[in-house]
Design a protein around this ligand. Sequence first.
Ligand SMILES: Nc1ncnc2c1ncn2[C@@H]1O[C@H](COP(=O)(O)OP(=O)(O)OP(=O)(O)O)[C@@H](O)[C@H]1O
Length: 431
Amino acid sequence: MHILDVTEIDHRINPIPIMAGSSILTNHSLEWVQEKGWCSPVTVDTLTALGYKHLTAVQLLALPQLLTKANTYIHARTGSGKTLAFLIPALERLKAMGFKNKHGVGALIISPTRELAVQIATVLKPLAEAFGFSSITITGGTKAKSICTKKGCMFVIGTPGRLAETLLEEDVPCLKVCNLKILILDEADRLLDDGSHTQQLRRIISALPKEQVQKVLVSATLNSKCQELSKEIFMADFSFITAEQHGAFTTSQIKQKYLSVPARERMSMLITVLQTLQKKKVIVFFNSCLAERGWDIPCVHWIIQYDPPHKPEDYIHRVGRTSRGEGRTGQALLFLRPEECKFLDVLRGMHVKIDEIEFSGDLNDIQDKVHSLIADNVEIQQMGKLAYKKFVRAYQCHKLKKIFNIQELDLEEVCNSFGFFKPPLELGNLT
Ligand SMILES: Nc1ncnc2c1ncn2[C@@H]1O[C@H](COP(=O)(O)OP(=O)(O)OP(=O)(O)O)[C@@H](O)[C@H]1O
């Protein structure tokens, strides 16, 4: 196979030829990509066997760009196929270089969470096997020594903390990184936005060769802060490719709505909404970052954000758990208290198209039932208190303090939605 050199290709594909009636797929088939010399028959055969026929827009842009070895930021909306966009060129480059398992780690992929690392490994597995490449996943609790086989570890996927420990503190021969060629940071803005992750990243980078490592940073929300920080950490310049011509972060296939609900009615409203969605697959986000990013759960119809996201970018990643891949649609609903509606301006500033939902049905007022349930059950009472405490603490630390302002929150009303008439005394003054 002929891998193109940077001087041989014009990879500025503009406009991106999106297939008629499709949201993310291009007109370009896998065979076309092979004819261009951008990928080998083994990739085409494996992807075809998995049911793929065409490249998505971001894959079409990333493939020739990453084959040039250039350090690159990849930006494309949630669910648009970024995982294969960075995996295919990594496989092709290592193959073209004649990289062998015995050379140690060829590509290192860092993800902010274990779940995402496992998901990337799952996408990689059939391709890596077809190429005859070994791969392992290193996350919290992984004992690298025991899982590294004689076959080596050409692809290593992991979370920053455990990877730093393994690469710097443990002597695992097959994990030698002195020949590393490709470093990929998935959800790069999350990795660079978090102090402890950045610290671990710096440690990992200190163990890598200074030359010859292509850096690829990927996210649906690559902000300028992340770009500045990455230039400083890597002491390198990056090219930027985006599959989004109008700055969109989420696909237009997601119908996004909000509900302005006073604190005392929130729980009843949630139950009422869920009752109308009984046959649908729904994810409800409470006050947690869990599962916000990267998770590729098939066919989720609705995303409900009951508690606000901690950062505007998190809104994008949360709604991106629906309408993933080709031809999928989805709906997203954001709960806001009336005093929080200023958040809509922030979202609209991020090109989010969000409208108020018309709610015309009867509210299923469950507040009294929640109060008596809590009064009669000590265990649920404790859970309720803990949830209330965590909610207040998170609200206090919110990044957008002017909008999510604890001083403007009526804590008695908030308590009501957690099933208490008054803030529990033993929790003291939380504000
Ligand atoms: N070429 C393709 N043709 C059809 N479906 C594809 C193609 N590439 C990827 N997909 C599907 O699209 C879905 C989303 O892919 P992926 O998880 O890589 O998205 P992503 O851009 O990384 O999203 P996020 O930003 O939320 O992490 C997956 O279910 C995947 O199987």
